[in-house]
Write a protein that binds this ligand. Structure first.
Ligand SMILES: C[S@@+](CC[C@H](N)C(=O)[O-])C[C@H]1O[C@@H](n2cnc3c(N)ncnc32)[C@H](O)[C@@H]1O
Length: 220
């Protein structure tokens, strides 16, 4: 199935299926960096072979922010990135969404090109990315990989509950190395409890912008 999009406020993609925007109306890239990079203590924890996994590939903005951080940190070898996505955008939709962020234009161009040509393994000299299409409720439990850090970026738990339920959070925990981490923008109590049950030591952190709190954690 494809993404169903509406474009609001000068170019913010909004999912009509979930009635939720793909990124914050204020700050997009800054929010990604605060929540997903700082929330996973990146780039400080980067080591060769580091593997990020993500629920919800969307526009690819989080991948681009991570790759920029990897490059700025001067890492050797490729960043490994696996993302799970049920309703992929087309290449044109991705390009339109990302045009809101001129600072990622250069890093985005070859990735959008590969994605637009139908590739779901995206390879650059410093990136090995795989986008696993289908409902993550099936594809994540079947995944053979293990992540060092998770970006939990479904639509809001109220609108996209299946991406945040106990079974999904348990699957996230089962696919995280000991000492690995997660970060998410939500501070919903049931998500925090499910992640605790999944084996993480969970911490509430300061959210981005007007959001008071977000959540991060370490796998014991
Ligand atoms: C907030 S957006 C992700 C934004 C994205 N990380 C970015 O950088 O643009 C949430 C994503 O979760 C996806 N999604 C929702 N339910 C899903 C499911 N059951 N399995 C996999 N992906 C799902 C949506 O299609 C959407 O792309």
């Amino acid at each position: 199935m494809q993404a169903d999009l509406d474009w609001r406020d000068g170019g913010i993609p909004v999912s009509t299926r979930f009635d939720d925007p793909y990124f914050s109306l204020v700050g997009g890239l800054a929010e990604t960096r605060h929540v997903f990079l700082d929330g996973n203590d990146l780039p400080a924890r980067f080591v060769p072979g580091f593997h990020i996994a993500e629920l919800g590939f969307g526009t690819g903005l989080n991948l681009l922010a991570a790759l920029l951080a990897w490059r700025s940190a001067g890492m050797d070898g490729p960043l490994r990135f696996t993302s799970f996505e049920a309703y992929p955008m087309t290449g044109d939709e991705m390009a339109r969404a990302l045009s809101a962020f001129p600072e990622v234009a250069d890093v985005a161009a070859p990735i959008v090109e590969q994605w637009g040509s139908g590739a779901r393994h995206i390879t650059l000299p410093d990136l090995q990315a795989e986008i696993i299409t289908g409902d993550a409720q099936q594809t994540l439990p079947a995944w053979q990989g293990m992540a060092n850090a998770w970006f939990l970026d479904g639509f809001s738990p109220a609108k996209n509950p299946e991406l945040w339920n106990g079974a999904m959070m348990a699957a996230v925990g089962a696919h995280t190395h000991v000492g690995g981490t997660f970060a998410t923008y939500t501070a919903a109590g049931h998500v925090r409890r499910a992640l605790t049950e999944a084996g993480f030591t969970v911490e509430r952190r300061t959210g981005f912008g007007t959001k008071r709190h977000m959540t991060a954690g370490v796998r014991g």
